[in-house]
Design a protein around this ligand. Structure first.
Ligand SMILES: [Zn+2]
Length: 307
């Protein structure tokens, strides 16, 4: 009986009116939601995103990541973030933000805006799949038999080693042979597409210059990645770039002071929410997006209820 009642409350609590009554004034936290790609090939499809945005728009007020100071004063605040500047963010996410009157922050890699660029790990996947298993093993060793496992293992090696693999793959494969799936999932928007995005709806944040694993670089190289991405994006957009996102969520603790100097906020991939009573603006945790709408809602509500 108790279980049944609980389920009913749970179910009702994600409906706008009940949700407002139960949770709104309780949570001194700001949920920051982390998205990546949205497409029919991704874990989050356009249909799922629309359902999520519909619910968000009825229950929250969205803020840019750089507006944390304002957001923390608003008990209905939420921050929506999208990593990597993928083309599908411009083509699929942006129109839905506009439709539902929401704001979001897109974190863009300043050195990958030619229009056909991909993150190196995405490019490796897209190119490896053009080779037969035998060719992969012959040229890259037996562990290249499983593409996903091999690309994941590259992330643990030095950036130079990973880029050398991509360089070798470029000589053996062709951009023209990328599948539709890889193009839609992985291609990053061009400078032109970035410039067309309405800055009142989307804040552009920096996500490094080449998306390296920062803690595999020297401190100087990592600082260069961070400051170059900020200055190039500011030059291109002709406005301040106040938010940063650590690629892969990895960084040396010494970088935090550089981030504090250059940005209002920076987000990590640590799971959690910001308590408005005290949070580190240079190391903001985020909530992961779950595809099932009920899970998605509760992932956002739960920390507000528990705070
Ligand atoms: Zn990223």
């Amino acid at each position: 009986m108790k279980k049944h009642l609980l389920r009913l409350i749970k179910k009702g609590a994600t409906q706008p009116l009940l949700f407002k009554l139960i949770y709104k004034r309780q949570g001194p936290v700001v949920p920051v939601v982390m998205y990546h790609g949205v497409s029919d090939y991704d874990q989050i499809t356009p249909v799922m995103l629309e359902e999520q945005f519909d619910w968000i728009s009825k229950n929250f007020t969205s803020y840019f990541a750089s507006e944390m100071e304002e957001a923390k004063l608003d008990s209905e605040a939420i921050i929506l973030t999208f990593d990597d500047g993928l083309r599908n963010n411009a083509e699929i996410v942006f129109p839905l933000l506009e439709k539902y009157g929401l704001k979001a922050t897109f974190y863009v890699v300043s050195g990958l805006l030619s229009g056909t660029d991909m993150l190196w790990n995405h490019e490796a996947t897209a190119r490896f799949s053009q080779l037969t298993e035998n060719d992969r093993k012959l040229h890259f060793g037996d562990s290249a038999s499983d593409i996903n496992a091999f690309v994941s293992s590259l992330k643990l090696r030095s950036t130079a080693e990973a880029l050398a693999v991509v360089a070798k793959l470029r000589t053996m494969t062709s951009v023209d042979k990328f599948t539709d799936e890889h193009r839609v999932k992985y291609q990053i928007m061009s400078e032109q597409e970035l410039l067309q995005i309405d800055p009142n709806i989307v804040e552009i944040g920096a996500h490094s210059h080449t998306h390296p694993i920062l803690d595999q670089l020297s401190l100087d190289e990592a600082i260069e990645e961070i400051t170059t991405s900020k200055s190039l994006l500011e030059k291109l957009l002709k406005r301040p770039v106040d938010s940063f996102c650590y690629p892969n969520g990895d960084y040396q603790p010494e970088l935090v002071s550089t981030i504090e100097k250059n940005f209002k906020t920076a987000v990590t991939t640590v799971s959690g929410v910001c308590s408005t009573s005290g949070f580190d603006r240079a190391q903001i945790p985020r909530l992961f997006v779950l595809p099932d709408i009920t899970d998605y809602k509760f992932n956002i509500i739960k920390p507000m209820r528990n705070s």
